[in-house]
Write a protein that binds this ligand. Structure first.
Ligand code: NAD
Length: 174
């Protein structure tokens, strides 16, 4: 099968985990270049979105070193209006031939804009899940086996576990 040239994989990556890596293993066999969109780039220092866009860029770029593929990592802020999101994304990233996602809203919005979308398989979704990993961090339990070693290193360097525990302890919503 002829490879498509460039594919877009969008996620929040809060944090990047082994489920994302398994998806990328599949994707890199189908395309020559990958664009990783770091979604909700404006979010950070929140229990559900603890890591900044820059920290997530670092996680993804280190994790991508295990793949032999040209990559672009682009932070993308959310927009209030879902119907405008695809044009926001396409204005921020290099041209692409296909979007990879298993997020039903992402799939719906791109398909409605006549963009080719390939749904990606799920891998051990119970454990390879950002919310599960954040819960483990919050509870002070072991989470490092659920992310690539390089990503665990990034999170440890910024004391990510401590950050989640501290921001969860805040008594104010911002
Ligand atoms: P995510 O990090 O949870 O997941 C990224 C991708 O990996 C998804 O396709 C997901 O299905 C897949 N995945 C996760 N765990 C997996 C596993 N164990 N096995 C296989 N695949 C797995 O990120 P997300 O929530 O999908 O990110 C979508 C981003 O798009 C968000 O930042 C969201 O805010 C943004 N978005 C914004 C708008 C807007 O601004 N109006 C609209 C739609 C989407």
């Amino acid at each position: 099968m002829k490879k498509l040239h460039r594919g877009l994989y969008i996620g929040r990556f809060q944090p990047y985990h082994l489920g994302h890596s398994k998806v990328l293993e599949v994707i890199v066999g189908e395309i020559n270049e990958v664009i990783i969109g770091i979604g909700s780039a404006q979010e950070s220092y929140h229990q559900n979105n603890p890591f900044t866009a820059g920290e997530r860029v670092l996680m993804v770029s280190k994790a991508l070193e295990e793949f032999d593929i040209k990559s672009y990592i682009i932070p993308i802020e959310d927009v209030h209006c879902n119907s405008l999101w695809v044009s926001r994304v396409t204005s921020m990233v290099p041209p692409f031939d296909v979007v990879y996602s298993n997020n039903s809203l992402v799939v719906e919005l791109f398909r409605d804009s006549d963009v080719k979308v390939v749904k990606t398989p799920l891998f051990n979704r119970m454990m390879y899940s950002g919310s599960m990993i954040r819960e483990l961090m919050l509870a002070g339990k072991e989470w490092r086996h659920l992310v690539p070693d390089s990503v665990a290193g990034v999170i440890d360097d910024i004391d990510g576990t401590g950050r989640i525990q501290r921001v969860a302890g805040s008594d104010k919503e911002f």
